[in-house]
Design a protein around this ligand. Structure first.
Ligand SMILES: [Mg+2]
Ligand SMILES: [Zn+2]
Length: 185
């Protein structure tokens, strides 16, 4: 059974966000319930991909081997919980580089669309920041906001802009809803 693709932002969705950047595996701490949420999605047949802005690389705050080590820890913890994270893509650029992959640009999402060979139409893109929502809209995917990380601030920003986006308290709640939806289809 396949539930299709789900694309997750990382910081503020899977793990606690840090204004000082997450620079080492030790600094990477999962948000309560997020590993189980990913595992539940895996068990329900979803492919889980991660798309995140990692400007700490462009800012020379973290190097690629450290980022890979963090991602290895994330994958390992999810695997130990019985789930699986598929493709991880990230934008390593500085915000001033003007690249086409830093969210709110849709480049990372398009990359995942090519990798999985699927259209992004209806694909849940779960994030905590306005740029995650805007990237999902730009890619014509299905934006979903979670209220962890920057989520509450983002909810207010969306409200000020008169926009409504599908919103859940956290990844666990979003995952439960997607799983229930896939079972009813
Ligand atoms: Mg985030
Ligand atoms: Zn980029």
């Amino acid at each position: 059974m396949s539930g299709g693709l789900v694309i997750l932002d990382r910081d503020g969705v899977i793990n606690r966000d840090s204004e000082a950047f997450v620079k080492t595996p030790d600094e990477w701490e999962p948000i309560e319930g997020s590993l189980k949420a990913i595992t539940d999605l895996s068990s329900a047949g979803f492919d889980i991909a991660v798309a995140s802005n990692q400007s700490g690389i462009g800012r020379k705050i973290i190097d690629r081997p450290s980022l890979e080590a963090i991602h290895n820890k994330m994958r390992r913890l999810v695997r130990e919980s019985g789930g699986d994270i598929g493709k991880i893509v990230y934008c390593p650029h500085h915000p001033e580089d003007g690249c086409d992959c830093r969210k709110p640009a849709p480049g990372l999402l398009h990359k995942l669309s090519r990798f999985y060979g699927v259209s992004l139409e209806g694909v849940p893109v779960i994030g905590d920041s306005l740029r995650d929502i805007d990237a999902a809209v730009a890619a014509e995917a299905r934006p979903i906001l979670v209220l962890t990380g920057n989520g509450q601030k983002t909810e207010r920003e969306l409200e000020q802009q008169g926009r409504t986006v599908e919103t859940f308290v956290d990844l666990a709640a979003a995952a439960s809803a997607l799983i229930a939806e896939s079972r009813s289809n």
